[in-house]
Design a binder for this molecule. Structure first.
Ligand code: ZN
Length: 184
């Protein structure tokens, strides 16, 4: 975990309510490319009350296979489809008993969404940050999060997952053959 991410996670943990309330806030930070490994990404699940936020911080490679602004028509089409897919609600799914539905999806990427993203990096690497927000009718029934991202985007090989649910913390390493994050 990068220093920035630790700080963010602590912040989210401490101020979960206000962080969720400010879901549209811009995400500005310094990347630490020591932790940037193609195929690997970080997944944070933060739940409080009936709101659950799932954040993904990943090398852009995992989404597109390259790490720069799309140039050719084919690359632009690929990126457009990837973004549309990423914003949909079929990448992370909670067990149905919890009755969760996606209420917001925020993508932060200088390469894919220049008006919102950080400054493009000049070291040949790029990352993106994605957050899905859910409202759950029955949060007490939250038991598992299935990560379908692996199927949508096969370049993801490992997710380092962290959970803070009603103040309780847990972690797991998720892979295409082990895509279910147990929340209890
Ligand atoms: Zn890279």
């Amino acid at each position: 975990m990068t220093t920035h991410r630790k700080a963010l996670f602590v912040l989210l943990t401490a101020f979960a309510g206000s962080a969720l309330a400010h879901s549209g806030a811009k995400h500005k930070h310094q990347h630490n490319h020591d932790a940037h490994v193609h195929g690997v990404a970080q997944l944070d699940v933060l739940g409080q009350g009936n709101r659950v936020s799932v954040s993904l911080e990943s090398p852009l490679f995992n989404l597109l296979g390259f790490e720069r602004t799309p140039k050719t028509q084919a690359e632009k089409l690929l990126a457009k489809r990837a973004v549309s897919n990423l914003r949909s609600d079929n990448n992370v799914q909670f067990n149905p008993q919890a009755g969760c539905k996606m209420v917001d999806a925020v993508l932060n990427s200088a390469e894919l969404n220049p008006s919102q993203g950080d400054e493009p990096s000049d070291d040949g690497h790029a990352e993106f940050w994605m957050r899905w927000e859910f409202e759950c009718d029955n949060p007490k029934a939250l038991e598992a999060l299935e990560v379908k991202l692996f199927k949508q985007f096969p370049r993801f090989t490992e997710l380092r997952a962290q959970l803070v649910l009603d103040g309780r913390q847990a972690g797991a390493r998720l892979t295409p053959s082990n895509p279910i994050f147990k929340l209890r």
